[in-house]
Design a protein around this ligand. Sequence first.
Ligand code: EPU
Length: 432
Amino acid sequence: MKKYVIHGGRPLYGKVEISGAKNAAVGIIPAALLVQGPCRIENIPEISDVDFLLDILRQLGGSVRVINRTTVEVDCSHVRCQTVPYDAGRKLRASYYLLGSMLGRFGAAEVPMPGGCDFGSRPIDQHLKGLAALGAEVRVEKGYMCASTETGRLKGSQIYLDVASVGATMNLMLAAVLAEGTTIIENTAKEPHIVDLANFLNSMGADVTGAGTDVIKIRGVDKLSGGEYSIIPDQIEAGTYMTAVAAAGGEVRICNIIPKHMECITAKLVEMGVEVDEDGDALVVRRHGPLQRTNIKTMFYPGFPTDMQPQIAAVLCLAQGTSVITEGVWDNRYRYTEEFRRLGAKIQVDGKIAIIEGVEKLTGAPMEACDLRAGAAMIVAGLAAQGTSEISNVQHIERGYEDIIGKLSRIGADIRVVMVPDPEQKKSHIAG
Ligand code: EPU
């Protein structure tokens, strides 16, 4: 078992290269199942969620050739298996995209009910409603979502989503690209990864228009053929490093990003007294003076992302005055606040609202990562806190952040991985 040990209170200086977007990659890798022929995917992040999905493709009979650290060539032409192995599929949330893509390809699929971070209830009714509208019969049996069609091919349809769900929008796009006829999905999510998936599918021969707006039109085609595609940079990874600089102070150049995707995060940091300068495909983030309070409401894109809520909360713990966060997407995304209180943060939570009274300093303490972004936020808080913090359960963080220890160390953070024997956690040695 690993722990991260941070000696905090040091400002950060230098530059960070942002990796490919996790939430785009976890949709694009299952999309490769729809493609006949080799499909080269570049700018893939080196994270465990990507490894899990590539392993599933291999287990289904696909060929996955690693070209270099960030490029793979996937060929699923010969896949015939329509059942995702239970233990593999349970490991992550995004396994639900295999349902849309396998159903689109084969007209039948069996995929385990998904795992992923625990933010309270995470229904998938909109995915299932949409697949039913496309002609699938879907039932849940022995932990599996089992979907089938009478004719072996889905049929285009009109679908209205009750909630602009990222997962449902992407899953239904995957299902509809090879369907017979045209599909129109209304009230779709507009996140950058939706546009990225549409661009990937179109570059392989699909006909998807409207991605990034709230109506997506998909004219079904008979076949997708191989090609090359490069995944967009990760908005949330970039935002996390921005909050790290905001919390710890210093000046860092955040490279390989799309500044437009960062505006919702930049605007809030600027309100808090952080300087952010755009320079081509980089942002220079600087914080030397005091942090000011602000209010945050998380929303669907282009609003402030829920996946940045814990990290910005870490910064607000050190701002002058009282800030209010309203979580607009998930029911229960404040479990990390209990850990922040160990550092001396003053936070009260009431349902979807958190009230943060800024303190002058945080002091390091042991924390347990309860999910991916909460874990990242604990790193941000630990970097700003005086003294030593230890973060356990870091497998959550490694699901979504490529080489976070290396990237932070290179900008001057004192953060190390410590291996802890499981389960006694008694003897520990430094692993670098
Ligand atoms: N919802 C429904 N029914 C559905 C689907 C969603 O009611 O069928 C509701 C959810 O309960 C939630 C809202 O709609 O209140 C949004 O859920 P969405 O489906 O958009 O979330 P998701 O697809 O499960 C993705 C990201 C999450 C991110 C959310 C919101 C992936 C793999 N996950 O989840 O990312 O929080 O969109 O932007 O793309 C993360 O990266 O840390 C992460 C959790």
